[in-house]
Design a protein around this ligand. Sequence first.
Ligand code: PSU
Ligand code: MN
Length: 305
Amino acid sequence: MNYRDYLDIKPEVAEALAAGKPVVALESTILSHGMPYPQNLEFAAKVEEVVRSEGAVPATMALIGGRIKVGLDEAALEVMCKAENVGKVSRRDFAVYLAEKKTGATTVATTMMCANFAGIKVFATGGIGGVHRHGEVTMDVSADLQELGNTPVCVVCAGCKQILDIGRTLEYLETMGVPVLGNRTGDFPAFYCPKSGYKVDYAAKDEADIARILKTSSDLGLKGGMLVGNPVPEEYAMDFDYMEGIIQQALAEAEEKGVRGKEITPFLLAKVVELTGGDSLATNIQLALNNARCAAKIAAELAKL
Ligand code: PSU
Ligand code: MN
């Protein structure tokens, strides 16, 4: 047996892949552990609609009943959004969840794994995990970064949140040999804000430019992935210094409660939503939709090459 024996590819996705049509992978941790219910359910439908409107087929990933689900139907999306007994699956959890038939939401790392198993090259998310603040002491570095170094999938994100040490996150990506491109920008975005104060390696002109770079990387057989920073549209952006204050409060509360390990990212995400009175959720939804649009365009350009 091999990984194919665990794959359940939704017929619509399988047909698109067989025909060489554009497909975009989507993650489920953003649904189960990144947004509250029922806003996440509304978002789940909307993000698939955005991908379709660009002529691509969406494939949301999850681990359900011992199967790797590539593309979810409405009922499965509802399960992921209600998030009752739905774990957060990073690479180290992957085989455990499959063997034990546990229901798991895929992170950036495991969505990349699923995409790669299915032959999907482009994936849209909100923000990636990274090196946490004081990561040089705690060694809390998201498995997302290792995966980007090892798995050939292009991840479109709005950068990473200021909950992380953005500078060290970029250093780590460089060490892992991951190209960090900006979609029409030289700035690496900071999720809620279009600029983080750090630069990308290369400011790509447009989605066609990104698709050419992706194709070249694939032609060369380079084993790693690629990261595209796609800034939040200006009209939905939040103030960097305001967000810094919110994040300091969230971090202080996490410290006080002793939240660590895989719980810290979901804890901080929920805290930020609470402390901004829901404003950050609206921004989060808009930037993720914007990333889905960008990823669908890259997939469409890639399909032409
Ligand atoms: N950052 C966000 N939203 C998210 C996540 C991160 O702004 O939903 C999720 C993603 O699924 C990401 C994961 O892959 O958290 C990273 O978790 P950790 O830091 O435990 O690796
Ligand atoms: Mn971690």
